[in-house]
Design a binder for this molecule. Structure first.
Ligand code: PMP
Length: 433
């Protein structure tokens, strides 16, 4: 019988059996009755069962399509889907595809956008290579970067997202240390960032392309633009992407998903990249899985071409707007009398980022987490998970992880659950204030 000690894992990679995501899920299982404002799940009641049923039925009723959908597909994904994705992107950007410099060949369908993010990491980063990220940012991608042995360097943010002056000074610092050639990418969640709910301003979308070009000296620096929440906008239209400011497409790799706007269970995401990057992604993906679930891609093709998708997104925006407002009203009601507590009002996405006084830490080992989960029966995601530690710099020279934030989501709970959860959480915070 083999044990872990028999296994010799790759020295290039770091492995952890205590991933924060696994810990959080375990907490949910071990503590029944806990109201989760942590789970990044989408609204259960709005999942598109009926549209998916219609799409599946009409697909299987057509023998040719049915057989095709149940056969292996191709590594890059169904051409019919990618053709629809091209017009989908062009609609979102309000620009013709040729002005954006995108063709079907630039698009690869993946198993969620998570797979696209991992593939890009795998093909661009060797151990020790540098990825610049906003502080805070999506912690599962931080895990991917750590797993690849990459160096993660954090850049300051403000209410308009990643600060461009801080990005330039960080690049400057890396150049003076002789490390510029190791900088391979800048990861940005442009819309309603997970966790902060903040978006990169339009000005900065343009500036970041200029900065990536300017600093691409001995090798190209890519911006990896993660648009997971792009279509979940509640107060205005979809924002033009960073990619739309780089019509040559040389410096921006974009990824998007149907997980938030339709169904995470279908596991369909996609990415847009220069052809040479697409070729490398296809090679890697070909070795991994020879293509994502063909049936899911066919369902989405139908849903997109029958416009069921667009109706669904319109409904979803109303559902989430109401739940966002409900969480913000509950925050006003239960938290506004606690000194030093403030929070972001997001225009989209699924998250409210709450800041507590510095004296109240929120981590898994903190008295607040203990009080929230065990006494008040409510769970949040500790903010410190969204900050990276740069192994290449002394701690005092980098942005230290902040320990007094909580990521709250209005995605999965109904309005009563949101209010109840916020009240319970405020009790826990008041107990420690
Ligand atoms: N990017 C961000 C910012 C996310 O929050 C998520 C999911 N929580 C993903 C990517 C990946 O989602 P999926 O693989 O379901 O497309």
């Amino acid at each position: 019988m083999s044990t872990h000690s028999d296994i010799s894992f790759s020295k290039k990679r770091t492995w952890s059996h205590d991933l924060p995501i696994s810990f959080l899920m375990q907490q949910g299982v071990e503590n029944p009755g806990v109201l989760s404002l942590a789970a990044g799940l989408v609204d259960q009641g709005s999942l598109p069962v009926e549209s998916t049923r219609q799409a599946l039925e009409s697909l299987l009723a057509n023998p040719k399509m049915g057989l095709e959908a149940l056969q292996y597909g191709t590594t890059a994904g169904s051409v019919a889907l990618r053709t629809l994705l091209l017009s989908h992107i062009s609609n979102l950007e309000q620009k013709p595809a040729d002005e954006l410099g995108i063709t079907v060949d630039n698009i690869i369908a993946t198993t969620g956008s998570q797979q696209y993010l991992s593939l890009v990491g795998e093909i661009l980063l060797d151990p020790g290579d540098i990825c610049l990220v906003a502080a805070p940012t999506y912690f599962v991608f931080l895990g991917v970067l750590q797993g690849l042995g990459a160096r993660i360097v954090s850049v300051e943010t403000d209410e308009f997202g990643m600060r461009m002056d801080s990005l330039e000074s960080t690049l400057d610092m890396l150049e003076s240390q002789g490390d510029l050639a190791k900088v391979k990418m800048i990861y940005v969640v442009s819309d309603y960032e997970n966790p902060s709910g903040l978006s990169l301003s339009i000005d900065r979308r343009q500036q970041i392309v200029e900065i990536a070009r300017k600093w691409s000296k001995s090798q190209r620096i890519f911006i990896l633009e993660d648009l997971a929440y792009r279509e979940l906008c509640y107060d205005g239209p979809v924002t033009p992407s960073i990619r739309s400011f780089d019509p040559s497409g040389d410096n921006v790799i974009l990824t998007q998903t149907f997980s938030k706007s339709f169904s995470p269970g279908l596991r369909v995401g996609f990415g847009v990249a220069p052809l040479e990057v697409c070729a490398a992604i296809r090679d890697k993906k070909g070795n991994d899985d020879f293509g994502s679930t063909n049936l899911s891609q066919h369902i989405l093709t139908r849903v997109l071409s029958d416009h069921l998708y667009y109706e669904h997104v319109a409904t979803l925006r109303n559902v989430y707007r109401e739940k966002r407002d409900c969480m913000l009203e509950a925050a006003d009601e239960y938290f506004s009398d606690i000194p030093g507590v403030h929070w972001v009002h997001p225009n989209g996405g699924l998250y409210v980022w709450m800041t507590l006084p510095e004296s109240i830490e929120t981590g898994f080992q903190s008295p607040l987490f203990e009080r929230a989960v065990h006494a008040e029966k409510v769970m949040y995601v500790p903010g410190e998970l969204f900050y990276a530690v740069d192994q290449g710099l002394p701690l005092e020279e980098q942005l230290a992880p902040q320990k007094n934030h909580m990521r709250l989501t209005f995605g999965v709970q109904n309005p009563e659950g949101i209010r109840e959860g916020m009240q319970r959480l405020s009790n826990a915070v008041k107990f420690l204030s």
